[in-house]
Design a protein around this ligand. Structure first.
Ligand SMILES: Nc1nc2c(c(=O)[nH]1)N[C@H]1C(S)=C(S)[C@@H](COP(=O)(O)OP(=O)(O)OC[C@H]3O[C@@H](n4cnc5c(=O)[nH]c(N)nc54)[C@H](O)[C@@H]3O)O[C@H]1N2
Ligand SMILES: Nc1nc2c(c(=O)[nH]1)N[C@H]1C(S)=C(S)[C@@H](COP(=O)(O)OP(=O)(O)OC[C@H]3O[C@@H](n4cnc5c(=O)[nH]c(N)nc54)[C@H](O)[C@@H]3O)O[C@H]1N2
Ligand code: SF4
Ligand SMILES: [Mo]
Length: 689
């Protein structure tokens, strides 16, 4: 009898998905090529045995009948998704030839390797940088996710890290600002639950709608999208006005506390109430609670930064613990991400020895405009005529879907898409290559929401003929005559060399232990040895010119930066295109349990607006703006302001009447001052039908 029939094994791995929790996982292996259950590792004190439902049901995804299992070549028209199988050798030869042809006609920058974070593994995700650098292709400006948030945090703090999330359990007040962790990073809630149980901590949630996280809160501040800068200013106004500001701390650790105090005099709760739609009492009560509580931990989400003024709003929120000196206390301060704390030396996998910063870095969020040849977006360079895409599904996740699809239809554009599943993007590909999942390849993971660096080995054999990103790009690099050493190594060797170059033990040893704790001392994490700006102080008045090119219009001190796509009489509603709990961007839109829970594309609409528009629950409603329109089903929901509308989830395009999804409505405008996609900053009209 085969050992697997009656002896399932539990193997350790880590969740690869684009989620700050990066859970330590245990996977039940029930056959050499099959998994059973997936659970959180209870030995890891951040994961603490808890994971989300969608990953617990991973067997549905890894063994899904729709998995791509062999290389395919297009035989139909672009978009028709008609393919025939080809061998790996032929497929890679075709791609290499197309890249050479593009280079001969327009130069190396005509080739654009395009990626994002289908896996967050530091090797399988980032090897594409090694590929572009070693071969000299166009670079990518990674604006689709964290760009606005990071810019705002950096402006004040100078490094991207914050108070250890495990300190939440000793906090007396937790503020979840512009994020929805019950859906998007469930482990935050584990630690919040401990704080509530241990210390009776109060949970405040700041979000334009009553999310599952807001439902659990003691207080939900349900503001208008894009107005967090005003709320933060009013809170700081009260801190100065009512004696909660820590003047000794500010004298030592901040740049211009006097100027800030003066500036905020005209930005009190009444001013903020008019901007945010909150009541003066709500703002006063929140400010008082914040002022009175030393151990207040602000868990800063990404959602509130996906606006044209998102970096400015992030900076304003980051000012709060600096005005009040809460960084000094355990369980106090704030966390946006710990990305800079790991210091992983990625020189090898990213082929940094070949990096040429004179190569253009194309804004990934403007892929539609780039493919349509918009000069400004091409940054003065040649057209893009050949692409390889890994870890991303731009036909659904990128702004301006109409333009993206028109671009992907171009007959003179060659695209190779390396994917686990058929997606809207693979439908336009010339070559589709089957990709392994994290259970089928090796990788190294750092968690932006915690401090563990984890090494994971494959759990099962690849499904069908699937190959990993490292294997595909090494195969291509060799065909293109590139001899960079990273393409001579397998993933395990790259992991091993990366760990050693960072000063850690090698891959086998770390894998044996499971993870390395990369946390710093309390003083360093809380910036008590100084901030990482040139003068070592937190900057209330940042030098935005160091952060991004569009710095001139930025407010000099925290403010409501009024550059959002505000509601107008023609477009009276503001759309928030928030994540769905059982999807992760478009991943998991294919699994039956996720589909069942999410139902169908739905707009959450205030009852007053339902009445005004003549809508009943379940009716079709069309949302539109200058970019296009999208029809979904209406649901009456009183957990938002009357002029806000929420559509959760990036439902695949095929679920929509006219074949294109929610990102039709999202502009590819760049946020200030350094770019970043503006998914939650959209004025729309709505009509029944
Ligand atoms: N289940 C699930 N988990 C996910 C994802 C998913 O799609 N589904 N996506 C993953 C990815 S890629 C990321 S980057 C993270 C993101 O996770 P989060 O940090 O949670 O950020 P967002 O997903 O953008 O949106 C979260 C919340 O921000 C709110 N929001 C929008 N605009 C504003 C505003 O102006 N002010 C305030 N205060 N709040 C606002 C939205 O209403 C929403 O509830 O989650 C990851 N985890
Ligand atoms: N409306 C709206 N749109 C949004 C957002 C929003 O909040 N609202 N959020 C934005 C954000 S924050 C982000 S990060 C982007 C994310 O956008 P994407 O990065 O495109 O995220 P996914 O849709 O999950 O697609 C990732 C793809 O990578 C594939 N993949 C996974 N692992 C591997 C691998 O190892 N190799 C290869 N070759 N492929 C793999 C998966 O099958 C999946 O199809 O979406 C953005 N779009
Ligand atoms: S919570 Fe996030 S990291 Fe944890 S299993 Fe779910 S998707 Fe993965
Ligand atoms: Mo993201």
């Amino acid at each position: 009898m085969a050992p697997f029939d009656d002896q399932p094994q539990w193997l350790r791995t880590a969740c690869p998905h684009d989620c700050p929790s990066t859970c330590a996982l245990e996977v039940e292996k029930i056959a050499p090529d099959r998994i059973g259950k997936v659970r959180g590792n209870s030995m890891n004190d951040y994961t603490d045995g808890v994971i989300c439902a969608k990953v617990a049901a991973y067997r549905e995804r890894v063994h899904h009948p729709d998995r791509l299992t062999q290389p395919l070549r297009r035989v139909g028209a672009k978009g028709e998704a008609k393919f025939e199988p080809v061998s790996w050798d032929d497929a890679l030869d075709i791609v290499a030839e197309a890249f050479q042809k593009a280079e001969q006609k327009h130069g190396l920058e005509a080739v654009w390797p395009y990626h994002f974070a289908g896996t967050m593994g530091l090797v399988q995700r980032d090897i594409i940088h090694g590929f572009r650098h070693a071969l000299g292709y166009s670079r990518e400006d990674e604006t689709i996710c964290v760009a606005t948030a990071s810019a705002g945090w950096m402006a004040g703090c100078g490094k991207i890290w914050g108070a250890d999330p495990r300190e939440i359990q000793v906090s007396d007040m937790v503020v979840i600002w512009g994020g929805n962790p019950v859906s998007t990073q469930v482990n935050v809630m584990t630690h919040v639950a401990k704080a509530r149980k241990n210390r009776g901590a109060k949970l405040y949630v700041i979000d334009p709608y009553r999310t599952p996280t807001a439902q659990q809160a003691d207080v939900h501040l349900c503001l208008k999208p894009g107005t967090d800068g005003a709320l933060a200013c009013a809170v700081m106004h009260v801190m100065f006005r009512d004696g909660y500001a820590d003047r000794d701390y500010m004298a030592k650790f901040t740049d211009v506390p006097g100027e800030l105090e003066e500036h905020l005099k005209s930005r009190g709760p009444e001013w903020a109430a008019a901007v945010t739609g909150l009541s003066v009492d709500e703002i006063e009560d929140f400010a008082r609670a914040y002022g009175e509580t030393q151990r207040c931990y602000i868990r800063v989400g990404y959602g509130f930064t996906r606006s044209r003024n998102g970096s400015s709003n992030m900076h304003a929120v980051a000012c709060l613990p600096a005005v009040t000196g809460k960084w000094q206390y355990e369980g106090g301060g704030a966390l946006h991400s710990n990305r800079n704390m790991f210091g992983v030396n990625q020189s090898l996998v990213r082929a940094l020895d070949s990096l040429d910063t004179s190569k253009r870095a194309l804004d990934m969020s403007r892929i539609g405009r780039i493919l349509l040849g918009e000069e400004e977006s091409l940054l003065g360079g040649p057209p893009v005529t050949a692409m390889i895409m890994q870890n991303i599904n731009p036909a659904e996740v990128a702004p301006e879907t109409n333009r993206v699809i028109e671009g992907l239809m171009r007959e003179d554009l060659f695209t190779c898409v390396h994917e686990q599943f058929p997606t809207a993007t693979t439908a336009y590909a010339d070559i589709v290559l089957p990709a392994t999942t994290f259970l089928e390849h090796d990788d190294l993971y750092q968690g932006s929401g915690h401090l563990y660096l984890q090494v994971a080995k494959h759990v099962i054999e690849p499904v069908g003929e699937a190959r990993s990103n490292v294997e595909v790009l090494s195969g291509l690099a060799k065909r293109l005559g590139c001899e960079h050493e990273v393409f001579q190594l397998d993933a395990w060797e790259i992991i091993d060399r990366t760990l050693r170059a960072t000063g850690h033990p090698g891959a086998d040893e770390v894998h044996e232990k499971g993870w390395v704790d990369c946390s710093q001392s309390f003083e360093d994490a809380h910036f008590l040895n100084g901030f990482h700006t040139p003068d070592g102080k937190f900057h209330f008045k940042p030098d935005w010119s160091r952060i991004g090119a569009a710095f001139e219009t930025m407010p000099r001190l925290p403010d409501h930066f009024d550059v959002i796509d505000d509601a107008t009489p023609d477009k009276p509603f503001r759309l928030v295109a928030a994540p769905a709990r059982r999807f992760l961007n478009t991943s998991f839109t294919e699994t039956p349990s996720s589909q069942k829970k999410e139902g169908r594309p739905t707009a959450l609409i205030h009852p007053d607006a339902m009445t005004a528009l003549g809508l009943a629950d379940g009716d079709e409603v069309t949302l539109g703006n200058d970019l296009g329109d999208v029809t979904v089903h209406a649901k009456s929901f009183d957990g938002l302001q009357p002029d806000t509308v929420v559509v959760e989830g990036i439902w695949p395009n095929r679920y929509f009447k006219n074949g294109l999804g929610i990102n039709v409505l999202i502009s590819a405008d760049r946020a200030y001052p350094n770019g970043g996609a503006v998914f939650h900053d959209t004025a729309v009209w709505m009509r029944a039908g």
